[in-house]
Design a protein. Structure first.
Length: 73
């Protein structure tokens, strides 16, 4: 059963690049893109382009640094 891999999960919100409201103060919006273990989800899961994913990563790191979000879930 070496070839029976599970297909990747679909993106959370489809194409998210049309909605560039990535702000570190919007914690409820940012929590959608963090796993239960506190990891930032990949581009494949979030649906963001490279530039928007970098903005998302920076916003989550800023929110964590300012203690708006936990480092670990």
């Amino acid at each position: 059963m070496a070839g029976s891999r599970r297909p990747p999960p679909p993106p959370i919100g489809g194409r998210n690049c049309d909605d560039p409201r990535i702000d570190y103060k919007d914690v409820d919006h940012l929590r959608r893109y963090v796993s239960a273990h506190g990891q930032i989800l990949s581009r494949k899961r979030t649906g963001y382009c490279t530039q928007c994913q970098k903005q998302l990563k920076q916003a989550i790191k800023r929110a964590r640094h300012l203690a708006l979000m936990p480092f670990v879930g």
